[in-house]
Design a protein around this ligand. Structure first.
Ligand code: GLU
Length: 495
């Protein structure tokens, strides 16, 4: 085995970085850090038809937001660059030709029509999934069936061709997977994979293997969806006479309703699918990282909270599970709550001023804002909810929550006004939570009603909502004048 751990995250820039992609990047990063190795970012952009220009930037931004540091990539190249496959194009051709020379690959000149005809012919004769394989290749137009002068002639004339891998006839392809153990595939199920396309670009398989070798990647850690590509890669390593890196295929991420967490499924279940969505929806990066680390791995005890640094120390591949990992959104919110509560009120205030579009919040007095945050942060899952739940701190309620208003009863106005009379008599500096509470008790005792009879309408009147932070502390913060005014407005509006 190679001495130094070198791993890579090798996304194709075809869209925004998917949450599953972020987990793959994270596991690679944790593994690299655990072993004092290097984490490489390689952009696999050989499929021009699926290329999305903004994708690379999104990938880099997402990793940065998550705290995943790239040791080598196109922005900070090491000695194994370039790190974008489109910039390595010439290299792959040379390797494809090397395989042709040593008999492990061949030129194929078949046109699209000829390939379609072959498939149709085979389907008719009872083969539901026809392949370009050991048998079929013998009746197709390639450098194995054409005389060598004819092959030369076609190449010299600039005829279009692809290079195909010559998959052996009957062979069991075996490899050890660090997560799944012993894996084997029969070569007869494989087709003669195209390695180099007619536009001269390599396919994923060729480019991936060549680069993993040239970049001295020691461990390939990737999603389970790539497991079925691995036998082709094993054949390529053998054909080149190169050592196979250690392989580790991560379990699928499953939707709570079963099946793979696809984009469509995630959408229908209200789960954000791209890392960008989590950034825009104001999740805490530490929470997402902690949550994703546990999505398919655990340290083997019942601990749950770990910083990225801790995770680097704890992470090992032998504790990654084989079975699919179910995405539990509630658990993510639980992590988010944890990390949110660890942030000081002052820091939260700074951030809230930046993300709020409410002018009153943006311009709020810092001390006031921090006190409001102190009251709210235990009750929300995400930072943006502090703004929505606490909107009443920054302006009188403009409307009353529909459900809450149902609890405004015939006697509510009377009770609330009785309370108002008591608190109106307080001086500004007596207007504090404990006093406000004991005056409420006085009123309910005098009227012979339960706590909620007055508490609920009072909450509705002052906050517009049916639930929220501690009401007495909230009223203290709102101040006397504001509370009295809100009570009057509610009595007028709700009767
Ligand atoms: N380009 C592939 C992807 O988009 C890389 C798969 C691998 O890691 O080999 O995920």
């Amino acid at each position: 085995m190679k001495d130094n751990v070198r791993v890579r995250f090798a996304p194709s820039p075809t869209g925004f970085l998917h949450i599953g992609g972020l987990r793959t990047a994270l596991y690679n990063y944790l593994f690299a850090r655990h072993h004092n190795g290097r984490f490489v970012l390689r952009i696999e952009d050989t499929d021009q038809s699926r290329y999305v220009k903004e994708a690379e930037e999104d990938i880099i931004k997402s990793l940065e937001w998550s705290g995943i540091e790239i040791d080598e990539g196109s922005e900070n190249p090491g000695k194994f660059g370039p790190y974008r496959q489109s910039e390595r194009k010439e290299m792959y051709k040379k390797f494809a030709e090397e395989l042709i020379e040593n008999g492990h690959a061949y030129y194929a000149f078949d046109t699209t029509e000829e390939l379609d005809q072959m498939r149709e012919r085979l389907q008719k004769s009872g083969n539901p999934s026809p392949k370009y394989d050991t048998i079929t290749r013998q009746s197709m137009i390639n450098s194995l069936t054409l005389p060598s002068e004819e092959v030369r002639k076609r190449l010299d004339a600039g005829n279009e061709y692809v290079v195909r891998l010559k998959v052996p006839r009957r062979e069991t392809i075996r490899f050890e997977d660090l997560i799944r153990g012993h894996v084997s595939f029969e070569s007869k199920g494989l087709d003669d994979q195209v390695l180099l396309k007619s536009d001269g670009m390599p396919t994923y398989h060729l480019a991936n293997v060549v680069d993993d070798h040239l970049m001295e990647i020691s461990h390939v850690i990737r999603g389970e969806e790539w497991l079925s590509s691995t036998p082709k890669h094993v054949l390529l390593y053998q054909a080149f006479g190169w050592e196979l890196p250690k392989m580790a295929h991560l379990p699928l991420i499953m939707s709570p309703s079963g099946g793979k967490l696809s984009k469509r499924k995630a959408e229908s279940e209200g789960i954000p699918i791209n890392t960008k969505d989590y950034i825009e929806q104001h999740y805490e990066p530490e929470a997402l990282v902690n949550f994703l680390a546990y999505l398919g791995w655990s340290p083997g005890d019942d601990s749950e909270i770990h910083s990225l640094n801790d995770l680097c120390r704890l992470f090992t591949l032998d504790r990654v599970s084989k079975g699919g990992a179910v995405f539990n959104h509630k658990k993510l919110l639980w992590y988010n709550e944890h990390y949110l509560r660890e942030i000081s009120d002052r820091k939260l205030a700074e951030r809230i001023k930046k993300i709020a579009d409410n002018e009153a919040v943006k311009n709020a007095d810092n001390e006031f804002l921090e006190k409001a945050i102190g009251l709210l942060k235990e009750r929300v899952s995400k930072i943006d909810e502090i703004i929505t739940m606490g909107s009443f701190f920054f302006g009188d309620p403009e409307e009353y929550d529909e459900k809450a208003v149902k609890k405004w009863k015939d006697d509510s106005s009377e009770l609330v006004l009785a309370y108002k009379e008591k608190i109106a008599a307080l001086d500004e500096d007596q207007f504090e939570a404990a006093t406000l509470k004991s005056l409420l008790e006085e009123v309910i005792n005098a009227e012979g009603v339960g706590f909620g009879k007055l508490m609920m309408p009072l909450r509705i009147a002052t906050t517009g909502q049916g639930f929220g932070p501690d009401l007495f502390a909230s009223m203290e913060l709102m101040g006397k004048e504001s509370v009295l005014r809100r009570i009057d407005t509610a009595v007028k509006k709700l009767g």
